[in-house]
Design a protein around this ligand. Sequence first.
Ligand SMILES: C[S@@+](CC[C@H](N)C(=O)[O-])C[C@H]1O[C@@H](n2cnc3c(N)ncnc32)[C@H](O)[C@@H]1O
Length: 263
Amino acid sequence: MRPDLPPGIVVLPGTDVEGAWERFEMFEALHHGMRICNPMHGSDLDEVLGHLDPAAGDRMIDIACGHGELLIRAAERAPIEGVGVDLSPWVLARAAGEAASRVPDARLSWWLGDGKALPKEPWDVVTCLGASWIWNGSAGTARALAARSRPGAAVAIGDLILKQGADPAAIRQEYGAVLTQADYARLLAESGFDHLDCMVLPTEAFEAYDRRVAESAAEWAIRHPGPDADRYLEEQRTWAEDHRRDRQFLSWVVWVGRRAGTA
Ligand SMILES: C[S@@+](CC[C@H](N)C(=O)[O-])C[C@H]1O[C@@H](n2cnc3c(N)ncnc32)[C@H](O)[C@@H]1O
């Protein structure tokens, strides 16, 4: 059932490849039907790329790149030198295949490993859409991306914030402190980013994502019937319930900024 790891994929030091295949099979079962593994649509990614504006020769890194859609679209816009990092071999096998067919001449590489372990290099474009847990939340993510971007670099972060009008006190016990849009804007400014854009996705986009997750899990169970698929279906139902509750309090946002200073 597992694809082979395509030969060009770079395995970062210390990565337990076999363990990663096992650990991330469930994520793949719930997302294999999608190019974008979050509530965004292709047009949203294009809008984000419009702000990031990657140029010829830019070194761009997408941390937790999933199926590689952002980098592939970036490479369709400009001859960048791109790296997609993810801890799931499933998503990287798919990203490498998609890139080979859609942008065969692009200079894209796929690195398998923990985003947290990446060295602090000064990239021109740095993105992380939907994986802020890697650095234990929004503040850690902002710091991690600041440490991996050159002055003047373009940066995008996809994350959850407190929904407009939701009462922070009502959710503090269960969710801990959730940043409002204003808190997050302040955090980014303190981390050294000039604000370019904040895209708040509508609740319906979050709902549609959950429908896509349900379709993926159901299709996986048809293709690979057995106890694992049943477990993944159960997990998907739990996710759906959790997300139904989350949607009352949380919104999915993408921040785009520029690291202060000039290169
Ligand atoms: C919600 S998905 C977002 C994927 C992609 N950014 C997108 O928007 O389509 C989260 C991704 O984080 C990856 N991931 C989880 N833990 C990671 C880690 N420690 N380092 C790198 N990637 C990780 C998962 O494999 C998954 O592809």
